[in-house]
Design a protein. Sequence first.
Length: 208
Amino acid sequence: MPRNLSPVEVADFRRRLCAVAERMFAERGPQGVTMRELARELGVSAMTPYRYFKDKDSILAAVRAAAFDDFAAALEQAALIRGNAAERADAVGRAYLDFAFSRPAAYRLMFDLSQPDDARFPELERAGARARRTMTGYMEALVAGGFLAGDPETLGQIFWATVHGLVMLQLAGKLHPKPDFATLHRNATSLLARGAQAVSQLNRRRAS
């Protein structure tokens, strides 16, 4: 009979298992990895992972939740710098790209489409919501400071979708080298900001 493990031992093994799973899921896709292969990679029996997770889907959810939390923590930390709202937003943007390109496996798995129902996994749902709040929080400061105009929630979603699309294309090697990624990113976010200002001005003229 397996011995009882301490909470520290359980947490340590879960972290080790998730680290291995993150790498293997990113390399082969979640459907291309079995629980037996995860166990073999860790040097444990085939049944050991089941002591810590119900199934592979639960492992994927835990990996994604941890990635969302790390992502959100990086952006939250960046938003704490001294400066005005625009300077803090710029720091958040850099932190976003730093995370995506330094941890591409984690970033890809955050948006894995083979697990569409986050609500089945409370920790994943919580972590995803935390990440989304980081994208709205800095927009609220930009709007309040007069740097952008519009609904912060809508603007946050639009900017996130745009940057995410550019990042995923870059990670997939699908972007043309000229202009480079930095130029595309700068131009895209600038166009969105100018568009938000133009829409706001148009709405004000219609209302007057």
